[in-house]
Write a protein that binds this ligand. Structure first.
Ligand code: AMP
Length: 431
C-alpha cells in the first residue's frame, strides 16, 4: 500500500513526498483509514512506529477539508497532549512538515520556560495545539486557552504521562473537552489504570495494536557486555574510541549517573552532554540541537528525558545501565532502528543487573547475544544463571540471531556482527 491509496488531500501527499515517505508504516496503514472515517482510536503503540504521522495526517486532512468554513481568528480545533517537552516539540515539527502546504497553523506549549512567547502565538490564533499537561492547564486556568472548539483530541504516550504523575491534570483536561469530538488515545502499555483512562476519553472506538517487540526489538541488533559496575565507563570509553560513531545515545538510570558519565568521558577527551530533568530547558534544547545537527556525537540521557528523542540516523544506543522495567529497554533501543531503519543497541550488565536482563529477554522473546571478548569482562561470576542456560538451549534464538546479524551488510554492522559471531561460538561452548 502507498500513501496515494489512502485518499488523502493533495497538499498532504505533496508534503509526504518531500519527507521521502512512500509507504505507510503498519500503524499508519491501520490507523489512517479508521481516523479518516471519523472513528475514535485506541492505539497500543510507542514512539518509533510512525505513530505521530498516523494521527497527525488524518487530523491535518480533516482540518484542511473543513478550512473554507473558517472565518475570523483561528480557533484551536485539534489538541495533542504529550508527556515531555522534547516529544511535544517533535510532534509540532511533524505537524509543520506534513501540513506545510495546507495553510494550517500549529504551536507547541510546554513548561520550564516563560509563557510570554507561547501566549503571543496563541493570541494570534492556531488550528492545532501540542501541549504538555501542566502548561496546558496553567494557560487554560489563566484564560489564554479554550478547549471549547476542539474537534480532535489526542492523548499521546498515556502510560508515560501516568508514570510522570499527570493523572489529575489529564482528568481535568478531559473534563473540559467538548463532548462532540474525535478522540485518539495512544499508550505503549495497557495496565488497568490506562484502560480506565481510555474509557473516559474514547467513545465508540477501534483498536490498533503494534507490539513493541515487533515494532523495534526485532530489527535492532543487540548485544550484552557483562562488566563490573566500576568498569562500565572504561568500557564505554573503549567502545567509543574503538568504533567511533556519528551519533550515540547513552542511557543512564540516574541523573547523577548521567553527569558522572559525561565528566569521565571528558577526561578521556570524548565530548558528551547530558540531558535529564535537572538540566534547564535551554541546556536540554541546546544539547539535543547539537546532537541532532551532528555537532555533538554523544548524548547521555535518563529515560524520561530521552523519551522524545527522535534523531534520524541515530547509529548506536548504549545502555550504560540496564533498566529494571523491561518495557523501558524496548523504548530505549527503539531510539535506534526507527520506522524503516535498523540500528544497534549495546547494553552493559553488572552482577546486580542480571535479573533485569532475564526479564528483558522474556519480554522481547529473544536472547540478547553476549560479547564475551572485551577488555573488561566481569568474570567474577558466572555470566549465565543455570536456569537461563537451560532455556537458551531449547529456544535456539541465539543461532537465529547470529545468522540474522551475519546477513547485515554495512561496514559498522559487519564489524559488530563478526564480534557477535565470535561471541556466539564462545558462548555456545561455555554453556
Ligand atoms: P514516530 O513513531 O512518530 O516518532 O516516528 C518515527 C520516525 O519514523 C520519525 O523519524 C518519522 O519521521 C519516521 N516515519 C514516520 N512515518 C514514516 C513513513 N511512512 N516512512 C518513513 N519514515 C517514517
Amino acid at each position: 500500500m502507498t500513501f496515494d491509496q489512502l485518499g488523502l488531500s493533495a497538499p498532504i501527499l505533496k508534503a509526504l513526498e518531500t519527507q521521502g515517505y512512500t509507504h505507510p508504516t503498519p500503524i499508519q496503514q491501520q490507523a489512517i483509514p479508521i481516523l479518516l472515517k471519523g472513528k475514535d482510536l485506541l492505539g497500543v503503540a510507542q514512539t518509533g512506529t510512525g505513530k505521530t504521522a498516523a494521527f497527525g495526517i488524518p487530523i491535518l486532512h480533516h482540518l484542511f477539508q473543513a478550512r473554507t468554513q473558517q472565518q475570523g481568528k483561528r480557533k484551536i480545533k485539534a489538541l495533542v497532549v504529550t508527556p515531555t517537552r522534547e516529544l511535544a516539540i517533535q510532534i509540532g515539527e511533524s505537524f509543520t512538515a506534513y501540513g506545510k502546504h495546507t495553510g494550517l497553523r500549529n504551536t507547541v506549549i510546554f513548561g520550564g520556560v516563560k509563557q510570554g512567547k507561547q501566549v503571543n502565538v496563541l493570541r494570534a490564533g492556531v488550528d492545532i495545539l501540542i501541549a504538555t499537561p501542566g502548561r496546558l492547564l496553567d494557560l487554560m486556568n489563566q484564560g489564554f486557552i479554550s478547549l471549547q472548539d476542539i474537534e480532535y483530541a489526542v492523548l499521546d504516550e498515556a502510560d508515560q504521562m501516568l508514570d510522570m504523575g499527570f493523572i489529575h491534570d489529564i482528568k481535568k483536561i478531559i473534563a473540559k473537552l467538548p463532548p462532540k469530538r474525535q478522540s485518539l488515545f495512544f499508550s505503549a502499555t495497557m495496565p488497568k489504570t490506562i484502560v480506565e483512562l481510555s474509557r473516559k476519553i474514547l467513545g465508540d472506538f477501534e483498536q490498533v495494536t503494534i507490539k513493541p517487540q515487533q515494532a523495534t526489538a526485532e530489527k535492532v541488533e543487540q548485544a550484552i557486555y557483562f562488566v563490573k559496575k566500576s568498569d562500565k565507563v572504561k568500557l564505554l570509553v573503549h567502545l567509543l574510541e574503538d568504533k567511533p560513531q556519528d551519533s550515540v545515545l547513552v542511557f543512564s538510570r540516574t541523573k547523577h549517573g548521567a553527569n558522572k558519565i559525561v565528566k569521565k568521558l571528558a577526561q578521556a577527551n570524548i565530548e558528551a552532554a547530558a540531558i535529564h530533568g535537572n538540566k534547564s530547558q535551554t541546556a536540554r534544547q541546546k544539547a539535543l540541537g547539537s546532537f541532532k545537527e551532528g555537532k555533538l556525537k554523544v548524548l547521555v540521557a535518563t529515560d524520561i528525558a530521552a523519551r522524545g528523542i527522535d534523531v534520524e540516523e541515530l547509529s548506536l544506543v548504549i545502555n550504560h545501565d540496564l533498566p529494571n522495567v523491561p518495557e523501558t529497554y524496548v523504548h530505549r533501543i527503539g531510539r535506534t532502528g526507527r520506522a524503516s531503519a535498523s540500528g544497534i543497541a549495546l547494553s552493559f550488565c553488572d552482577a546486580e543487573e542480571r535479573p533485569y536482563l532475564r526479564d528483558i529477554e522474556k519480554l522481547i522473546k529473544q536472547e540478547v547475544p553476549r560479547i564475551t571478548e572485551h577488555p573488561f569482562v566481569d568474570d567474577t561470576k558466572e555470566p549465565e544463571q543455570p536456569q537461563r542456560a537451560k532455556k537458551s538451549h531449547g529456544s535456539g534464538n541465539r543461532n537465529r540471531n547470529s545468522s540474522r546479524n551475519r546477513s547485515r551488510n554495512s561496514g559498522n554492522r559487519r564489524r559488530n556482527s563478526s564480534n557477535r559471531d565470535n561471541r556466539g561460538n564462545t558462548n555456545a561452548s561455555s554453556e
